[in-house]
Design a protein around this ligand. Structure first.
Ligand code: FAD
Length: 456
């Protein structure tokens, strides 16, 4: 189902790669991370080619809610406690700087993408959550973020408190990408199938280059990197409601805890449209569905008689220690880079990734790169998630082995048993989150191919 952004913007198609070419940097993937990386590299005069298996921004990026914020749940108290003030400060700085970098690019390119400064709020509805919010406000302030605990919001329901971050932003992501992609060399429908030495192979052409950036959302390689063991995917649902009759809501909101709802608005032809998101679950742990209905119930409760204009879902990679993997893909391969594990905060994370990888390629030290380095391994913080991911992987694989009759569809990535998503009528892998149409066509990775839905 199309997002509100897709309904309004059509990015002109690009040709498929059908020849062999040479360049300095190759970016695989034309989502927000890939496009921004190519843009920042090109700004520095680094010749760059982007290879995209589908359409520009046709992956998860077209389904984002596009809040540009450093407020990533209650992350700053957690980071300070787990990794210390210095590393927490790098995370805060990289994400705050990303907001300013968006403003800079939008100003420079004169992009009309409804970029609007606004506050971001993390709100609580239970007394027991107030302490967490107060700690988060304090931790964020100590790291230099303009944050405060408040009871004031524009929400139509009662809260017990909120953390407010000033000077955050929201925009129309596809209008932004449409413009910055204009002067980039991008080949669409050019899936990368193999990489050997400095050569990146698509089905009909080869690009030779010095640097290869994996901005593919979820790297498909099992080795090196072992990303399949370091993160899982989580799906969330969004409905767009016309709430023009209601008071204006400028801020962006997210409820604390796993069941928290996300709210942000945008203006269109004199109307106020609300994006209401939530009902998240680990991809592939689908139950009996009913996620859109849950959001609709909330919509009816909070904005009675509002009108639904669109609904869709998306998923993102959740890293084990809540910090994205940005930097060298593996210590074994010096010219491969990766940007993944954005934990549903891929707008600022993509910008942070693009600037870190740009600096690595041009040979400059980035002040915040260390906290995102994929080679980090804080054992204590990771062990619980690592075990959970490994259990899911083994569960999926063993179910597959137990009964081929009972569990007919298996994932082409690593053979896990696929689960039906009743809300989307798709197949999902509970181990690593690959997603397929009912007929078995691949929608998103890490799987790089579909399966034969008739074959058992
Ligand atoms: C419901 C929801 C709401 C969200 N809202 C927000 C928000 O408000 N703010 C925020 O900061 N973040 C948000 N996020 C997260 C954000 O949308 C994502 O993190 C971000 O869009 C990911 O961008 P990406 O470039 O990494 O991935 P993608 O957009 O998926 O791009 C990866 C690209 O790589 C391509 N690719 C894959 N394999 C190959 C190959 N072999 N060869 C060539 N190309 C390949 C794919 O086709 C795809 O186009 C949200 C996430 C969800 C699930």
């Amino acid at each position: 189902m199309e997002s509100v952004w897709q309904k309004r913007v059509t990015i002109s198609p690009r040709e498929m790669l059908t020849k062999n070419i040479h360049t300095k940097a190759i970016v695989i993937g034309a989502g927000m991370a890939g496009i921004l990386t190519a843009y920042l590299l090109q700004e520095q005069g680094v010749e760059t080619v982007v290879l995209e298996s589908g359409r520009i921004a046709g992956g998860q990026t077209c389904n984002t809610t596009a809040k540009i914020t450093s407020q990533h749940h209650s992350i700053y108290a957690y980071l300070t406690e787990q990794f210390g003030r210095r590393k927490a400060g790098m995370y805060a700085h990289a994400n705050q700087k990303a907001i300013e970098d968006y403003a800079r690019v939008i100003e420079k390119e004169k992009i009309d993408c409804q970029f609007q400064r606004c506050p971001a709020y993390l709100y609580a509805r239970e007394e027991g959550q107030i302490e967490e919010l107060k700690n988060e406000a304090k931790a964020a302030q100590l790291l230099g973020i303009p944050a405060e605990f408040t009871m004031e919001t524009e929400l139509p329901f009662a809260i017990t408190g909120a953390v407010r971050f000033e000077e955050q932003a929201k925009f129309q992501p596809l209008k932004f990408i449409q413009r910055i992609a204009e002067n980039l060399t991008i080949y669409e429908n050019s899936k990368v199938v193999r990489i050997e030495d400095n050569c990146v192979f698509t089905q009909h052409g080869i690009v030779e280059g010095e640097h290869v950036v994996f901005a593919v959302h979820y790297p498909w390689q099992v080795v090196p990197g072992y990303y399949f063991l370091r993160m899982h995917q989580e799906r969330s649902y969004v409905i767009a409601l016309d709430i023009s009759e209601w008071e204006k809501i400028d801020g962006m909101y997210l409820g604390i805890g796993t069941g928290g709802y996300s709210l942000r608005t945008f203006a269109e032809e004199g109307k106020q449209i609300l994006l209401l998101g939530g009902a998240s679950h680990r991809t592939g742990e689908n139950g009996s569905g009913g996620r859109y209905e849950l959001l609709r119930q909330k919509g009816r409760e909070w904005f009675p008689e509002s009108r639904e204009i669109a609904h869709w879902s998306a998923q993102d990679c959740m890293p084990m220690d809540r910090i994205p993997y940005i930097g060298y893909f593996s210590s074994e391969i010096p010219n491969w880079y990766v940007a993944t594990g954005f934990g549903k905060w891929g707008m600022t994370s993509s910008m942070a990734a693009a600037s870190i990888i740009r600096d690595m390629i041009v040979g400059k030290e980035h002040p915040d790169e260390k906290v995102f380095a994929p080679q980090r391994f804080p054992v204590a913080a990771l062990s619980k998630n690592f075990t959970e991911n490994a259990i899911q992987a083994v569960k999926g694989l063993s179910k597959q082995a137990v009964s081929m009759e009972e569990f007919p569809q298996k994932c082409p990535h690593m053979g896990c048993k696929l689960e039906k998503n009743a809300d989307e009528n798709t197949w999902e892998c509970p181990c690593h989150g690959s997603c397929f149409t009912e007929q078995g066509e691949q929608i998103s990775g890490p799987a790089q191919q579909g399966f034969d839905a008739c074959e058992k």
